[in-house]
Design a protein around this ligand. Structure first.
Ligand code: FAD
Ligand code: SIN
Length: 533
């Protein structure tokens, strides 16, 4: 089947939904494609909140400095200043959509505190901020006459002028649409549009222990890279320090906001160890807390450390953190009476598809917004709760640029070739796909984790190359289906993470490598671009 729109947005998290609404408000027809059900996204699980300067006792300059400090010398200052200062206007728009951030008894915003922030500035809806945002945006999208939201549609690859032989000169390339697998029909459809927006989120699933839901398989990063679009700084995978310890691979997050309300990390001897690692102790930036926990666990041989917020009453904890309280209880821990076992897990992809401050990538018509993108805001380590902020600000800026682009590019789209399945047949080897998923994610956890060495990175590179060859063979011989497509993307992203890590001969932010323990004086991004010639 062929479909045509003014703009195709891939992803229905905060970035995709916010951007789609604005492009549609500008009079354009927009399709939102999403690979599972509409709310399934990292956004839906966000707990802590949105970092934004809203109080008189706070200042943009302070939020900027905190972001730069956490980013460990790699943030782009102009980007940080722009995103931080545009925050309040975008938050006001979310409020207009009906979002009600938690307030205190005095009726003003109940501002939360998280690691690396020198002020209370986190707007939240108890501990379910993401769900409240997702609900508000989905509600607005549902009633918009120019938006079609299609669930269970998996974007596979971009169609570019170069790919279909229409880019006659160097620099002529542009996006023309994409191929997408419809889970309902089992077919691959062609979507034509002068604008495609990657809002596909991060790649936490590349590690076996992660806070991310199943959707986070780095699809947008892989699609962009395959199309020759630069990606950068993928070595900076953020490990959240505190996820509830269990034997499950999917780890439940215990928000940093819990430490913001006074929770203390203790090792198995009961020592509050964080003061030994950083002056901000339990509220140090995330990279430092995650490394400290890792060191304490290795020293004692224990599988976790404990998080203690027992100075608060059960009533207070249930009121402020209802979801976290219930999830801990389900595993047998009462936050008010037990120190709960916590461990770090992969949480956020700081690098991604390179964009400017208008969400434009290097390929004309292709935009990237949200966690999939690398704007320069996060540098070597994202400051807590800056992600939702970045997504809404960049969605606004990206939509402005898209509306201008569509006005300039009014010509008809060329007819695009249909997807060719060739002799592909259904795979009867699901067990092999499942095995390769596990092997890839285990390899990344064991060899490309919180503390790295060149030797371990080399081992990971070899294993990933073997897996990639096997998966490529599958890709050509079997009919495509979501698990195989995700595995293909995850394997490519894993390869890119390792390639970026091997290029950085220093320790900075989230990239800590024992062979190069200090920072290099030269500050640079690790940019990767596929050679299409
Ligand atoms: P997502 O919300 O992840 O949405 C991606 C969308 O793309 C999904 O709809 C997905 O199905 C779709 N998709 C992906 N690939 C394809 C494909 N090939 N085809 C079709 N559709 C596709 N950040 C904060 O700032 N504050 C917080 O408090 C906070 N808490 C967090 C708690 C948890 C547990 C997690 C996991 C993250 C948290 N983060 C937080 C990070 C933040 O939630 C994410 O960075 C942000 O929500 C990303 O939004 P997004 O729109 O870019 O992507
Ligand atoms: C948290 O609530 O700790 C997550 C916040 C974030 O990832 O920004």
């Amino acid at each position: 089947m062929n479909h045509a729109f003014d703009a195709i947005v891939v992803g229905s998290g905060i970035a995709g939904l916010s951007l789609a609404l604005k492009v549609a408000d500008g009079g354009r027809r927009v399709a939102i494609l999403t690979k599972k059900s509409r709310a399934e996204s990292n956004t839906n699980y966000a707990q802590g909140g949105v970092a934004c300067v809203t109080s008189d006792s706070d200042a943009f300059a302070s939020h900027v400095e905190d972001t730069l400090e956490a980013g460990d010398g790699l943030c782009r200052r102009s980007v940080v200043e722009e995103i931080v200062s545009e925050g309040p206007a975008r938050i006001a728009e979310l409020v207009q959509l009906g979002l009600e951030f938690s307030r205190n008894a005095a009726g003003t915003y109940d501002l939360g505190q998280e690691g690396g922030h020198t002020h209370r500035r986190i707007l939240h809806v108890k501990d379910m901020t993401g769900k409240a945002i997702e609900d508000a945006l989905l509600h607005a999208v549902a009633s918009h006459p120019r938006i079609e939201l299609r669930e269970h549609v998996f974007a596979i690859d971009l169609i570019t002028a170069r790919k279909v032989g229409l880019a006659l000169r160097e620099g002529d390339d542009r996006v023309l649409g994409l191929y997408a697998h419809d889970n309902g029909t089992g077919e691959v459809d062609t979507y034509a549009a002068p604008v495609v927006v990657l809002a596909t989120g991060g790649a936490g699933q590349v590690y076996c222990y992660t806070t991310n839901p199943d959707i986070a398989t780095g699809d947008g990063i892989a699609m962009a890279y395959r199309a020759g679009v630069p990606v950068e700084n993928l070595e900076f995978i953020q490990f959240h320090p505190t996820t509830l310890y269990s034997l499950e691979q999917k780890r439940f997050l215990v928000s940093e906001a819990v430490r913001g309300e006074g929770a203390i990390l203790r090792n198995l001897e009961g020592e509050a160890f964080m003061a030994r690692y950083h002056p901000l102790a339990d509220l140090a930036p995330r990279d430092i807390v995650a490394r400290a926990i890792d060191a304490e666990m290795k020293k004692s041989g224990s599988a976790f450390v404990r998080l203690d917020i027992m100075h608060k009453s059960e009533a207070e904890l249930r009121a402020r953190f209802p979801v976290i309280f219930e999830n801990c209880l389900a595993l047998g821990y009462n936050l008010a009476t037990d120190g709960i076992p916590v461990v770090p897990a992969a949480h956020y992809t700081c690098g991604g598809v390179v964009t400017n401050l208008d969400a434009e990538t290097a390929l004309a018509g292709l935009y990237a917004c949200g966690e999939v993108a690398s704007t320069g805001l996060h540098g070597a380590n994202r400051l807590a709760s800056n992600s939702l902020l970045e997504a809404v600000v960049m969605a606004h800026r990206g939509a402005g640029s898209i509306l201008r682009y569509l006005q300039l590019r009014a010509e008809e789209l060329p007819k695009l070739p249909a997807w060719v399945s060739g002799d592909a047949h259904d795979s009867d080897e699901q067990v092999v796909i499942a095995h390769n998923w596990d092997e890839l994610r285990r390899t990344m956890w064991d060899y490309v984790g919180i503390v790295r060495t060149t030797k371990r990175l080399e081992r990971a590179r070899t294993r990933i190359a073997n897996l990639a060859a096997e998966i490529q063979e599958y890709y050509w011989n079997f009919r495509v289906e979501p698990r195989l497509l995700e595995l293909r993307n995850l394997t490519l992203v894993a390869k890119l993470v390792v390639a970026c890590a091997m290029q950085r001969h220093e320790s900075r932010g989230l990239h800590y490598i024992l062979d190069h323990p200090s920072k290099d004086a030269e500050v640079r991004d690790t940019v990767l671009q596929r050679d299409l010639r």
